[in-house]
Design a protein around this ligand. Structure first.
Ligand code: ARG
Length: 479
């Protein structure tokens, strides 16, 4: 067992207690961040005269080599270390001797782990944002392709009014666009460095916290050392945002499952993204969509988990906080996989235009337009509503659609009806008359697509610090 704190102990830790306490099994994921933070710390210690330049150089080189050796598989991160911080420090000292023991000057694992997790999540926010953007590109291309793919729009899962696939997909586009905005907001709020906070009350060394913060691309140092070591708000915010992404994906997945059902037959999922049954040879199941819907639960679970862990923790660091990692890592992996796979599935899905259009005709989706027709000819809306209600009853009794009624049948319901009713209630005109921005009419949709194209092309320098992030990730070479 390689522990950093044996000095005041006279007995070995119980082996189960040791295993229970250890976090190496999951925090090994933070290797790069731990090394990046350690490099920034060492560079700063040398600038402040706390380490010699020579010591700093040996530390930076040793740390970079540890990273390379782990990444090339030459060095294994094993369970004999308590956590990733011990692993790095013990290996550094084994490699470079005395200087390695000086790295932890003016630092605690409390600010160290707070920093590592922040660095990790910061990158994950950027990567999630990139996946969201790729998914938006997919959606927008499909929208352009399906401006006149008619389909029923639903309320209460009952056919309501006709719309287009472009319009329907456009609803999801807006949801995932908001998800991206959330990523940016969270990044802005969390981009402050806890390094230099020590265990809880800062240190007695003349550390330059502004300097380490800027080396790593942070906006600045977190301004209260107790808060800095015990704040996990950004994880809660990130997990809430990831939960919202999953909620959106899950709604979409549910629709794909419905659309893919035998009864609907609106879509056919590509063979690459569906699976068969071990007993029923005819089956082709939407498993990917179902799993996306199902995995939403575990991402919500991670959010509820961390909220519950944090509740009631006294200031400052408590070991409970070690529980912030596994759920967060799992949620991040899950969301990234779901976004990637679901995007690919939607991109390769076949939309059966004819089936969708036929379905849009059925179910009196043009009833509102028939009422609007009467209103356009001077009938008060409430009266028109009543007339069309009777018309629907009549149609049901005679197994006809509105557009299938003869002119004399129409006249018997209201003398206002003329030949031009047929055109007014046709699928195409029901959609094409809806031209306010945000509606499915083609001209309105084109305008929306153009605005959203522009939004996607604006390569907003999402985070002003992105260059500094890269400098820090190269390991303090900018010194
Ligand atoms: N493994 C710990 C965590 O993830 C690191 C911090 C340990 N600090 C301490 N004082 N025990 O939270």
């Amino acid at each position: 067992m390689a522990q950093l704190w044996g000095g005041r102990f006279t007995k070995e830790t119980d082996s189960l207690a040791y295993r229970f306490n250890a976090s190496i099994g999951f925090d090994k994921r933070l290797l790069r961040q731990d090394i990046e933070g350690s490099i920034a710390h060492a560079v700063m210690l040398a600038k402040q005269g706390i380490l010699s330049i020579e010591e700093k150089d040996r530390i930076v080189k040793g740390l970079a080599e540890i990273r390379e050796d782990v990444e090339s598989g030459k060095l294994q991160i094993t369970e004999e270390y308590e956590d990733i911080h011990s692993f790095v420090e013990v290996n550094l000292t084994a490699r470079i001797g005395e200087a390695g023991k000086k790295l932890h000057t003016g630092r605690s694992r409390n600010d160290q782990v707070a920093l590592d997790m922040r660095l990790y999540v910061r990158t994950q926010i950027l990567e999630t944002d990139a996946l969201l953007k790729a998914f938006l590109e997919t959606l927008l291309s499909l929208m352009e392709e399906h401006l006149d793919t008619y389909m029923p729009g639903f309320t209460h899962l009952q056919k309501a009014q006709p719309t287009t696939l472009a319009h329907h997909l456009g609803a999801y586009f807006e949801m995932f666009k908001r998800d991206r905005l959330r990523m940016r907001d969270i990044f802005k709020r969390m981009n402050f460095s806890p390094l230099g906070s020590g265990a809880l009350a800062g240190t007695t060394y003349p550390l330059d916290r502004d300097y380490t913060a800027s080396l790593m691309g942070f906006e600045g140092p977190a301004l209260n050392s107790m808060d800095a070591v015990s704040d996990r708000d950004y994880l809660i915010e990130f997990l809430a945002a990831l939960s919202t992404v999953m909620m959106h994906l899950s709604r979409f997945a549910e629709e794909v499952i419905i659309w893919n059902s035998n009864e609907y037959g609106f879509v056919e999922i590509d063979d690459t993204y569906s699976t068969g049954s071990s007993i029923m040879p005819q089956k082709k199941n939407p498993d990917i969509a179902e799993l996306v819907r199902g995995k939403t639960g575990r991402v919500y679970g991670a959010l509820v988990g961390i909220l519950t862990t944090m509740k009631g923790l006294p200031l400052a660091y408590n070991k409970d906080m070690q529980e912030d990692k596994e759920g967060t890592f799992d949620a991040i992996d899950t969301v990234k996989d779901c976004l990637t796979l679901f995007g690919a599935m939607v991109r390769t899905m076949k939309f059966r235009r004819d089936v969708m259009a036929r379905s849009a005709m059925k179910g009196f989706t043009n009833a509102t337009d028939a009422a609007d027709y009467l209103v356009g000819r001077g009938v008060p809306f409430r009266d028109a509503h009543g007339i069309i209600g009777q018309m629907v009853l009549y149609c049901i009794a005679h197994n006809k659609g509105i557009e299938e009624l003869t002119l004399s049948e129409l006249k018997s319901l209201s003398s206002v009806f003329e030949e031009d009713l047929y055109e007014a209630v046709s699928l195409k005109s029901c959609v094409e008359k809806r031209l306010t921005i945000g509606a499915p009419g083609m001209a309105a949709m084109r305008e929306v697509i153009e605005r959203n194209r522009k939004y996607l092309s604006e390569d907003w320098r999402v985070f002003e610090n992105s260059e500094r992030i890269q400098i820090a990730e190269r390991g303090g070479e900018n010194e």
